[in-house]
Write a protein that binds this ligand. Structure first.
Ligand code: 2F8
Ligand code: CA
Length: 124
């Protein structure tokens, strides 16, 4: 167990589940201030780990739509079809849903990057 106090370990990563809510931009800054970034979900196993631990709470993850492309905070991109989306998502409701959150069941939803406050999950 290499993770610092208050961090949780899974498959060589450490995760910090922050309890205060903020918009996606501030969530990313929050993670950076503690030497991490918003979580990148690289596998079904990681998705399931997050899904188990986050039940009932909405959290930001490190995925955003940039130039119509789903882009992780490390710059890597994914096909929309490879995500763990909630049914009928992403729907870009209102035309401004460019950031991604885990819903209360841990599935992904596109949501507005500002004027919407969820808790950050940071990963190192
Ligand atoms: O029904 C799904 C829909 O729910 C909300 O809109 C009513 C979400 N809005 C926000 O999170 C701001 C939508 O993103 C979501 O698609
Ligand atoms: Ca949506």
């Amino acid at each position: 167990s290499c993770c610092d106090t208050y961090w949780k370990e899974f498959d060589k990563s450490c995760y910090y589940f922050e309890v205060s809510q903020m918009n996606w931009i501030d969530a990313r800054l929050f993670c950076k201030r503690i030497n991490s970034d918003l979580v990148i979900v690289n596998s079904e196993e990681e998705q399931q780990y997050l899904q188990h631990i986050t039940g009932g709470v909405f959290y930001w993850i490190g995925l955003q739509r940039l130039n119509n492309t789903w882009t992780w905070v490390d710059g890597s991109i994914i096909k929309e079809s490879s995500g763990f989306w909630r049914e009928n998502e992403p729907n870009n409701k209102g035309g401004k849903e460019n950031c991604v959150a885990l819903t209360f069941k841990g599935e992904w939803n596109d949501a507005p990057c500002v004027n919407r406050e969820y808790q950050p999950i940071c990963e190192i």
